[in-house]
Design a protein around this ligand. Structure first.
Ligand code: SUG
Length: 418
């Protein structure tokens, strides 16, 4: 009897959430640089999304925010919060671990040679503010997925090969608990913007994760240049469905053919550029939806950012999509605007793990009651607002630290308090 289900682990949005404009090639991050951020509201939006997904009958987990500012990182750079240049201070304070899709690449047990569920932590080395996430992430994943009979957690691929985790990885399979084809999407060039996923990193992750059936696919230069800094901004897969923009891949015909050859029941929903242009796709984060299988005969649902509903061509396309007889039956807009303003949609906020929930440390598994307690702590301790020019304020730094400590405490995860 297989007990494997898809669990979405969301990164709880940390108390230092701010808009520092740190991600070149991420249009929302650049556009909103310098704006006032609202960490409390941001975290409550994330918690409401988790609650919504629990209410749909989906399994849900979460990760703790990392300790910010990262003092150890600043020390290695020979500086401190007080003396650091503003760009380094902002990088040390970033709450970017909220985007759990970049935490690791997960290859579930049915896909791997040794039958374990493998997780390789992403090195995120292209962006300085993300390059120091992996130590805290590794520590947390080793705790959550500690059971060696079911999981293997790997340290990141070494530099210089950039790896951005599950944001550039898709899995196509007949059902979550059957063997899948794992698609690793890498970039070669992004025009004016960096290609953050290196093919050598993708290959290394596929080896570490012991995957059996893989496809290495080049992301289109056009997509990266238009602002798709990760593949999950232009494509998403769930079970036998690949939902993708026409211009997501350099050679889409080959990708579709390979998929159909290996899994005849694969269904490819390609959104044509003349219905939804890359610009609207990226501004609305249409593809950064969580494409999920609802329990029972519910079919699939797209958990979309409200920005997709507000975009006329995108919403018109989606109405047409669900009116047809396809696998996607339901649209669920969710408000994650605070994260969206830094380029992080519903799918960025979560890491998918197909596993038996009973084998995971239960402290990381969500229930409505736990989410209520977390929301209470957030409401009490998360800063209401942060302006970028406040980042050196010692009182703010102290309150950010205290907020996280309180959260770890109520989640019985104080061993992560370092
Ligand atoms: O890495 N934004 C993140 C958004 C990550 C989205 N994740 C996925 N697509 N899976 C990034 O670009 C902005 C931080 C700032 O500018 O303050 C930032 O890091």
């Amino acid at each position: 009897m297989s007990a494997l289900v898809e669990i979405n682990f969301d990164g709880i949005i940390g108390p230092s959430h701010n808009y520092a404009g740190l991600s070149l090639g991420n249009i929302a991050s650049s556009t909103n640089a310098g704006e006032t951020a609202y960490p409390r509201e941001a975290a409550l939006q994330g918690i409401a999304k988790m609650r919504h997904n629990l209410d749909l009958g989906l399994a849900q987990g979460f990760f703790m925010p990392l300790d910010r500012p990262n003092m150890a990182w600043l020390t290695h750079l020979g500086t401190t919060v007080a003396t650091a240049e503003p760009h380094l201070r902002a990088a040390a304070l970033s709450a970017s671990s909220m985007w759990a899709a970049n935490a690791a690449t997960v290859s579930p047990a049915p896909d791997t040679i040794d039958g374990l569920c493998h997780l390789t932590v992403a090195n995120l080395q292209t962006m300085p503010h993300r390059s120091h996430e992996w130590t805290g992430t590794l520590e947390q994943l080793r705790l959550a997925f500690a059971n060696p009979d079911h999981f293997a957690v790997h340290a990141p691929v070494p530099p210089p090969f950039g790896d951005e985790g599950a944001a550039n990885h898709m899995r196509v399979c007949a059902s979550h608990d059957s063997a899948g084809i794992e698609i690793f999407v890498y970039g070669v060039s992004g025009g004016p913007f960096p290609a953050r996923q290196h093919i050598e990193a993708s290959k290394a992750v596929s080896r570490l994760n012991q995957t059996r059936s893989v496809l290495f696919v080049q992301q289109s230069e056009q997509a990266i240049a238009a602002g798709a800094f990760h593949n999950d901004v232009v494509a998403v897969a769930n079970e036998h469905v690949l939902f993708t923009h026409e211009q997501a891949f350099e050679d889409s015909a080959r990708v579709y053919q390979e998929l159909r050859d290996r899994l005849p029941e694969a269904e490819i929903i390609e959104v044509p550029a003349d219905k939804v242009g890359l610009k609207d796709a990226i501004a609305s984060y249409l593809f950064n939806a969580q494409l999920v299988s609802l329990p029972g005969e519910g079919g699939m649902a797209l958990i979309l950012p409200t920005e997709a509903q507000a975009n006329a061509p995108v919403w018109a396309y989606l109405q047409e999509l669900i009116a047809g007889n396809g696998p996607i039956r339901r649209l669920c807009p969710v408000d994650v605007r605070q994260s969206m303003a830094n380029g992080g949609g519903p799918a960025c906020l979560r890491l998918r793990v197909v596993a038996d929930p009973a084998k995971i440390d239960e402290r990381f598994m969500a229930t409505t009651q736990k989410l209520d307690e977390i929301a209470k702590t957030v409401a009490e301790y998360w800063p209401k607002s942060i302006d970028p020019d406040q980042l050196s304020d010692p009182d703010l730094i102290a309150s950010i630290h205290e907020a996280r400590t309180r959260l770890l405490d109520i989640c019985r995860l104080s061993e992560l308090d370092r």
